[in-house]
Ligand binder design. Sequence first.
Ligand code: A2P
Length: 341
Amino acid sequence: MNKPNIAILGATGVVGREITQIVDELGIEFNTIKFLSSPKSAGTKLNFRGKEYIVEETTPDSFNGIDIVLASAGGSTSQKYAPEIVKRGGVIIDNSSAFRMEKDVPLVIAGVNDDDLRWHKGIVANPNCSTSQLMLVLEPLKKFGFKRIIVSTYQSVSGAGLAAINELRADTEANLNGEKFENKCFKKPISFNVIPQIDVFCDNGYTKEEMKVTNETRKILHLSEDVKIACTAVRVPVFRGHSEAVDIEFDKNISPDEVRSILANSFGLKVIDNPDNFEYPTTRDAEYVDPVFVGRIRKSLAFDNGIALWCVADNLRIGAALNTVRICKSVIDMDLWGNHK
Ligand code: A2P
């Protein structure tokens, strides 16, 4: 079998580094690999599978002969280079929100809707981190018919990049030392605080992040407008890992035991649910590991045919890098590269 030439765009960023590591962990086979950044980090040395690589400055010609690009360099960078990649016969698997809702761009969670990869035209989008972990939980329950889904997220700062991680650390130290701190990444101080805003506000009073969860969930699970979905997205002073409280109303009756058993046997999930023994997943359980952890599965007191649950995951893995590399693996396994020319 032919092996692809791979490029990692944004290789020096928080997610790009993670992607590089997971390409190795998942044993992705390639012919060549290159690492790309902005001029700022070009020249940085990077070790990968025992070999030293020099990070290169990105130009359109960086993509000559490249078959698959794993991109995590921000929306405007993706918008700039995606046409150049596609023009040269490559496929871009993009982490930014630039193309997610475009009609001819599949939005994919590996293990959930890989079949959507079959209609890609050179661009594949990786969903928002909060959507990603939720999809692995919802997909196995789809057969019971969704009526209403309400999600509240508790999102760590790493979702906002390296500067946000540094701001939580510096603000916490300043706060403990009684010093003044000027917050830049967040609208409010992030240390010892909980901020009910992620991204900008839309006309309907929800934030862009909240609307991403609503719209992306509908696209990935192919749900009609009849299914009502709402989200409140909140930033919490946690470095790594997103948590979500989810209430689901189904068409059909389903018991917590059934949900527990279905989820325990589904791809990418791990159920920890024994409250009598204080066993439930916390954000720290999810750090640096692959599964989406689910617990607190119970009958909803608010909905007939309703289930309430709690899920946590590493936002940099399943919410970004892991899914990107899993998509890359599916694109290779399903022989969907080099076919769109
Ligand atoms: P650089 O390290 O040179 O700034 P993060 O989200 O963690 O800040 O990472 C963003 C990643 O995207 C980095 O690797 C960054 O490179 C890269 N990047 C940012 N802007 C561009 C650009 N215009 N072209 C190529 N890569 C870019």
